[in-house]
Design a binder for this molecule. Sequence first.
Ligand code: NAD
Length: 413
Amino acid sequence: MSSSLDVCTFLERAAEALELNEDVREVLRHPKRSVAASINVRMGDGSLQTFPAWRTIYSNALGPAKGGIRFHPSVDAEEVNTLAFLMTFKTALAGLPFGGGKGGVAVDPGDLSRHELERVARGYVRALRHDLGVGRDVPAPDVNTNGTVLAWMADELAALEGTAQTASITGKPIVLGGIEGRTEATGRGAAKVVMALKDHLELSDDASFAIQGFGNAGAQFANDMHEAGFRIVALSDSSGAVFSADGLDPREAERYKAKTGGLKGFADDVADNDLRRVDADVLVPAALGGWIDGKNADHVAARVVVEVSNQACTVEGADRLTERGVHVVPDILANSGGVSVSYLEWVQNRSGEQMGRDKVFADLDARMERMAHAVSSRAMRDDTDLRSAAYRIAVSRIAEAIESMGTRRLFNE
Ligand code: NAD
């Protein structure tokens, strides 16, 4: 049976190239476990509201599921399954002992008081407690959730289980067992990947970058690339998009944004706020997914796209860019710095040993460089694009785990 998820196209292509066992393909086409729940919350005005919630373990072939929990009004079961699918191949590519999971609540946190938000977070854990845990499924923050939300969740799980649940949830505040460097990890990891792929992507020393989404990951990426001598020519956030051919200083942009609340007015406006058309060597989507699709992929002026946001390109968008000869550094490689440091948090919580920032960054940098070189070598060896190469490496690892538990060959008597 085929999967209903668009992203499964990437899996099917890798499976075809690897001549993968049909049993393994069938296992990987479907989420292993997908749970829907309703969270009832007593609101500040005394009324009762219900919020739909989901948690998916897409695969746990390589270890407990790992993936964030998103609070957003547009979250639904399909989005959660898609993001859990991406986590599965991301953790496998990074060589982490995790499967892939994801969770979400259809809620706009902007509509909630702090107390109501806490009740949603605690309600999520009460609804899904039997699915969560250190060896089962280990959540982390995602869009609109942060250390505080995850601390409430860890506390609720600890109260229900009667034991500390430090290693059951990552992205916690440092004082509660969180890890140094997690905030910088995704942007820093993406910058390391781009630098390691500089030759593969044929980037000059002063290549120019346009970054959509100057938030946590986008701002860190911009800072690291700027410090490495590259030119940041355009930046955007939800307030607008700004451009300077001579280059923008991301630290100054951060200070401006902290003062005014947004980037608008920091430099010249970009026409229609559309960064896709900006004259830059590299375009970096770092806001929400689906920004480059089959309709607008032809507008992309850059010759390299780095997917810091998950599924920044739809399948059609990605195919169109590849047809046009644009290199795409895929999300499962570019943004895996976050989960790589979450893994270190999990290790730290299980071992009891505290890890300092230097050790975390040394491990992160080495892992990102190793991964980037492995994907680049595979792409050259197979004469294919970076996404196909990344999926082939990830799928091979998961397939080996599934096959080692027995496939048709073993059962055909
Ligand atoms: P964030 O909320 O800190 O930043 C998002 C930024 O995007 C904000 O500055 C916001 O103003 C901007 N934005 C929103 N809509 C926009 C639009 N239409 N045009 C331009 N800018 C817009 O989020 P983040 O943590 O930096 O994550 C960014 C993306 O990276 C998300 O897709 C997330 O899933 C992905 N990601 C993040 C991490 C992580 O560790 N932070 C890890 C893996 C993947």
